[in-house]
Write a protein that binds this ligand. Structure first.
Ligand code: ATP
Length: 455
């Protein structure tokens, strides 16, 4: 058995894409080595990595073969294909290839750990090449060789990840010269197929934005990629979509839609310990009213939940003024303009709401991918109402409390008043049009609370 890992073959401007290269490598390997392609793995690595072209994808090909299949031939065929197809004219494209001579599920522990770090952290080229050499893997890199990081991670992923989903890609039958031009797709058929496939097949379209999410906007040969929890269901939806002639299709097992990039924030000392370039799941309380800034981006501060306070699950005890006083350190959370209607959910938050937030931290700001409302503030401090005439009292002067001028009734302080909320307890998420590849859509289930899925 052999596992071939590859990465970093494409360029932003020139098109090409690593999934296509992997498809081509797999078919040439099957043709020239007699090996059987068992599966293709599409692994999304840390979305915060600055060198990525787009979705930080790395690919692994799992090959089954008998004794006669020469590992050197596998390496040669893969390397030649990469040399043929990788967009090395773009100096930011640094292809990498790693070939492991073991069964896909016999991944050594350190290679598995490397894969998880590649999804949740930042690694160096040296770390990849040293580990690959320690394990006697064959490897090759062009340019600065950075692609070997992803290639090794793609081999290790099968040994450590447990949640897998499926993607069915259709590759257009078109000349490479046309790869940058718009794709011809029957949009109506996409929406109809998406409807039939949901909820097993997800993120095909964004119904509210009217967007065909499954059709890439970038140059390249891929016509559409259909995602879901079942291989047959993604194929059925894919086949129901009309458009340009399809030259080839390829199914991938992927970690897309799994949230495996999220680190457990409960081990952090405080919210301010969250580091740039990593993604977290964190607990906290809203510490400032959400504010919409220029460009339509919405920001609020999340404060550390304090001691026993956050163990109180009853929402009636929450109070805006009291809770904000509990926050000691804060982390800025943001819902950027492309997250569209998700921003209305964020704007509906109030100081004191207890949340779980998920997203990547960049320049000290957590970019929200989803959040769970655990506990809603349901009262706010307001000017008292006169018991006799039911009208709002007026201030009786600085530090003098409140008074009804008509009835002469008084009150010493502001009082708790019910607060109308248009949020419920449970998980809210960005819409499909703003979903990161690796982020888990709520419709997939398994969340610790009610969910409010977007589609
Ligand atoms: P596409 O989605 O079009 O395939 P991409 O977004 O996957 O492109 P690449 O061109 O593959 O981007 O570039 C990502 C580069 O970053 C690769 O060289 C990969 O090896 C490297 N890389 C991936 N994850 C990490 C990580 N955690 N730390 C350091 N480098 C990484």
């Amino acid at each position: 058995m052999t596992v071939v890992g590859l990465d970093d073959t494409d360029s932003r401007e020139r098109g090409m894409c690593t999934t296509y290269v992997a498809t081509e490598v797999a078919s040439r390997l099957a043709e020239r080595t007699g090996a059987t392609v068992q599966r293709l793995l599409l692994v999304r690595l840390n979305p915060a990595v600055e060198h990525k072209t787009r979705g930080n994808a790395a690919l692994a090909i799992h090959l089954g073969h008998d004794q006669e299949c020469d590992p050197e031939t596998v390496y040669d065929v893969a390397r030649t294909t990469l040399e043929d197809l990788a967009e090395t004219a773009d100096e930011r494209t640094n292809p990498g290839l790693v070939v492991a001579q073991h069964a896909p599920d016999e991944v050594p522990d350190d290679v598995s750990a490397f894969a998880l770090s590649a999804i949740r952290d930042h690694l160096s080229i040296d770390e990849a090449t040293t580990l690959a050499d320690d394990r006697d893997y064959r490897r090759w890199g062009a340019g600065n060789g950075r692609g070997q990081i992803g290639a090794l991670a793609a081999i290790g992923a099968w040994g450590t990840l447990e949640d897998w989903t499926w993607t069915h890609e259709c590759i257009a039958y078109r000349d490479p010269e046309r790869w940058g031009t718009p794709r011809t797709i029957d949009e109506e058929s996409v929406f109809a197929a998406a409807e039939v496939g949901y909820p097993t097949v997800w993120d095909t379209v964004d119904r509210v934005e009217g967007e065909t999410v499954c059709v890439p906007h970038t140059p390249g040969p891929i016509l559409h990629g259909i995602r879901g929890d079942d291989p047959e269901a993604v194929r059925t939806v894919s086949e129901a979509i009309g458009g340009e002639p399809v030259a080839r299709t390829q199914r991938f097992v992927t970690n897309q839609g799994t949230d495996v990039h999220l680190r457990d924030g409960s081990t952090l000392e405080s919210l301010s310990a969250a580091r740039d370039g990593r993604a977290y799941r964190l607990e906290g309380r809203v510490a400032s009213e959400p504010e919409t800034r220029r460009g339509g981006h919405v920001f609020f501060e999340l404060g550390d939940p304090i001691n026993g306070d956050d163990t109180d699950a009853s929402s009636t005890s929450g109070n805006a003024d009291a809770s904000s006083a509990n926050a000691t350190e804060t982390l800025t959370c943001a819902a950027f303009e492309p997250t569209k209607r998700f921003r209305d959910r964020v704007r509906a938050l109030r100081v004191g709401d207890r949340l779980t937030v998920c997203g990547e931290v960049a320049r000290g700001t957590l970019k929200l991918e989803k959040f769970a409302v655990r506990d809603l503030v349901e009262t706010e401090r307001g000017t008292p109402t006169c018991e006799s005439c039911d009208r709002r009292m007026k201030s009786a002067g600085r530090g003098q409390g409140y008074r009804c001028r008509d009835c002469g009734t008084t009150a010493a302080t502001k009082v708790d008043q019910p607060l109308e909320r248009d949020l419920e307890v449970g998980w809210y998420e960005v819409p499909p049009c703003a979903r990161r590849h690796v982020a888990k859509p709520l419709v997939r289930g398994g969340f610790d609370g009610p969910t409010h899925p977007e589609r």
